[in-house]
Design a protein around this ligand. Structure first.
Ligand SMILES: C[S@@+](CC[C@H](N)C(=O)[O-])C[C@H]1O[C@@H](n2cnc3c(N)ncnc32)[C@H](O)[C@@H]1O
Length: 198
């Protein structure tokens, strides 16, 4: 079975457009079959973008699991002085985020496979609507790979559906030594803030 998190989706490409509108921002994004939430902006993504505060100033920001790029595009638009790194294991998703960055003239958005982010880059903020359906072990491994790449004063913003384990994820993060705050709880989703300092 092919999932949206496959490296190369088996389903044939059929590009479409979705409207992303958050606050002042209103843009069209190219999407496609075989990527997460291909026909619409995911509800959790919208809640994350509307509830978490905008990053301030120049920074290195990461969109972990970027899909076709709604989070990365929003961050790159809102923070022209920031460098936004967008990674996904799904190559079609990476190509779509690159396409959307170029179409919108966002030279500060770099999309790639996870291995393409240089080792020395550390992040002020990680933003993610993380892949819950990969299973708990893979999700924990993903977060254990990227959260340590936050700068000492950095933080992560995660959106997770409550009935897909937001509270147990928060518990796991706390057990790993992170300070976790519940930033918002809305329409069945939790927005978690995870502080880098342990
Ligand atoms: C819930 S979707 C969110 C997509 C997009 N950020 C959005 O808001 O529409 C999670 C994404 O994580 C990606 N993913 C799964 N495993 C990953 C991994 N190990 N590293 C990076 N991305 C991964 C999936 O391919 C998927 O695009």
């Amino acid at each position: 079975v092919a999932h949206y998190f496959s490296n190369l989706p088996e389903v044939a490409s059929r590009p479409g457009e979705v409207n992303l509108s958050v606050g002042e921002l209103s843009v069209k994004l190219r999407s496609d079959r075989g990527v997460f939430a291909s026909g619409r902006i995911d509800q959790g993504t919208l809640i994350l973008l509307r509830q978490a505060p905008e990053p301030v100033g120049a920074a290195d920001l990461l969109d972990l699991g970027c899909g076709y790029g709604p989070i990365a595009v929003t961050l790159a638009k809102r923070c022209p002085a920031a460098t936004v790194w967008a990674v996904d294991v799904n190559e079609r998703a990476v190509a779509l985020t690159s396409f959307n960055a170029e179409a919108l003239g966002l030279a500060n958005l770099k999309a790639g496979l996870p291995s393409e982010v240089p080792d020395e880059v550390a992040f002020d903020e990680i933003w993610s609507n993380p892949p819950i359906r990969v299973g708990k072990a893979a999700l924990h491994e993903l977060l254990a790979t990227w959260l340590p790449r936050l700068k000492p004063a950095g933080r992560a913003w995660l959106v997770v559906q409550r009935n897909l384990g937001a509270d147990s994820l928060a518990g796991w993060l706390a057990a790993e030594g992170y300070e976790v705050r519940r930033e918002a709880s809305k329409q069945g989703y939790r927005v978690l803030q995870v502080l880098a300092s342990r």
